[in-house]
Design a protein around this ligand. Structure first.
Ligand code: F0G
Length: 469
């Protein structure tokens, strides 16, 4: 059969509420046009993030009931530890409440002031945790990774020539570790090839520098290797995963992504001395090493989710649904980061709304318009998130790319939901020439995108929504 279907039946449903364009125009104005400030009940299709938003399986819910809440040595912990050891091959496993806690523990035990941590592209929490210990987070993606329309199949790859040059210049003394983010979320959800992991690992080993993997979307990356990389089509996903992680010294993980869980994470390593220091830090802020800030029931849900995510039918459906959304809107003339990656479609808002200058916030404009048009909530990944305002002069500088991410929660929406997204996005595409931009009316000095408020620089009301969906 050519049709790829959702490989599950639905046992529990959660109603979503239709709203009218007039209601949405009012709600947006009340939220200062910042979709982070909307109530989620007022969102019809929520594509803000794929993090912590997965639907759990019947097995995971059964595991939640089996969860053992002993403070120390719970059987739920042993099931969690065994799943991580078996899938990733690392001996020492340290549970954390989510990914950024794993990052904090990793960087505060491996780096210090003046160090450099190269990566294909650090995610924002990863960068912030590197910088919090006084080190420098350096992104060295391949050049194709920064060109939205380039069809390169592995735009998440790290530039190995630049890595070699860095090693020659700074040596192992200044580079305590190298990170690879699988898939590259900040760079458009693009995968890293197995060949690139091998090449980076070889360089790291030659210079005595440990390679760590940000494993958030490891299964999606492995399936994209199977689909796109020569010689990998016949291999099973668990085997590809084992090879990827055999090339690294450890990893950090947010189980809110490919753990198919709503909370949780871990840091894992082969180094027993490092693991000892990390456990000491864990006890200080997260919890005892057999629960690390999680309930026993969460450990169960993650242990089961990590195995379920490797299922071939699940991954085939998962990547097909992202591809389906990307290909349909691209066919309707919407420029996206090509080719669609593992967890999200990224619209190139600068290319889509060329009349809106970067400092008039094309991504923010598109996010507001998609909510008005169809009750869809995406997220701006552009000047609002990564632009900078000079604290002295108030002068704004734009981000390198103006993207809008439409992240698909795992196992949550069906194909007709995706058809609706396509219809709404293309309806907006039909009137895109009529829109202007937005400007900030309020912003905070750090992580401004979460709390900023805006106002439109053009008439923005329900009259402009074309479909009345
Ligand atoms: N690394 C990557 C690549 C991520 O995408 C995230 C989270 C983290 C680390 C941090 O994990 O949230 O569990 O602390 N990304 C979410 C997102 C927030 O929407 O992309 P966390």
């Amino acid at each position: 059969m050519k049709t790829i279907i959702e490989p599950f039946r639905i046992k529990v449903v959660e109603p979503i509420r239709m709203t009218t364009p007039a209601e949405r125009a009012r709600l947006l104005a009340e939220a200062g046009y910042n979709v982070f400030l909307l109530r989620s009940e007022d969102v019809l299709l929520d594509l803000l993030t794929d993090s912590g938003t997965s639907a759990m399986s019947a097995e995971q819910w059964a595991g939640m009931m089996r969860g053992d809440e002993a403070y120390a040595g719970s059987p739920s912990w042993y099931r969690f530890e065994e799943a991580v050891q078996e899938i990733f091959g690392f001996e020492h496993v340290i549970p954390t409440h989510q990914g950024r806690a794993a990052e904090r523990i990793l960087f505060s035990t491996l780096c210090g002031p003046g160090d450099i941590v190269p990566s294909n592209t650090h995610f924002d929490t990863t960068r912030a945790n590197v910088e919090a210990v006084g080190a420098r987070a350096l992104d060295i993606p391949i050049p194709e990774g920064l060109r939205p329309q380039d069809p390169h199949p592995f735009k998440g790859n790290l530039d190995t020539d630049r890595l070699e040059a860095l090693f020659r210049e700074h040596g192992a003394e200044r580079i305590p570790l190298v990170m690879l983010t699988l898939t590259n979320n900040s760079g458009g959800g693009q995968p890293v090839s197995l060949a690139n992991v091998r090449a980076v690992s070889e360089l790291c080993r030659a210079h005595g520098v440990p390679l760590y993997i940000d494993a958030c979307r490891f299964a999606e990356n492995a399936f994209l290797i199977r689909l796109r990389e020569e010689g990998q089509a016949e291999r099973g996903v668990p085997e590809i995963v084992r090879e990827i992680f055999s090339l690294a010294e450890g990893c950090t993980m947010s189980a809110k992504k490919d753990g198919l869980a709503n909370i949780g994470g871990f840091v894992a390593t082969r180094d027993p001395a490092l693991a000892r220091r990390q456990r000491n830090l864990l006890i200080l802020t997260e919890g005892f090493p057999t629960y690390g800030g999680l309930a026993g029931r969460d450990l169960e849900a993650i242990a089961i989710g990590l195995r379920e995510v490797l299922d071939h039918d699940y991954l085939e459906y998962r990547l097909a649904s992202v591809r389906y959304l990307g290909e349909r809107i691209a066919a309707g003339g919407v420029p996206i980061v090509e080719p669609p990656g593992g967890h999200a479609v990224y619209i190139d808002a600068a290319g889509f709304l060329p009349q809106v200058a970067p400092l008039e916030l094309p991504g923010q404009t598109l996010v507001a318009e998609l909510y008005l048009e169809g009750g869809i909530r995406g997220v701006e990944v552009g000047t609002v998130m990564f632009g900078r305002r000079d604290p002295e002069t108030g002068e704004e500088s734009p981000a390198p790319m103006e993207l809008v991410r439409l992240a698909l929660p795992r196992r949550v929406y069906t194909q007709s939901h995706v058809d609706y997204m396509v219809e709404a996005i293309l309806a907006f595409a039909g009137r895109r020439d009529e829109v202007g931009g937005f400007r900030f009316t309020h912003q905070e000095p750090v992580l401004r995108h979460f709390t900023a408020r805006f106002e439109p620089l053009y008439p923005f009301d329900e009259g402009t929504s074309s479909t009345g969906l």
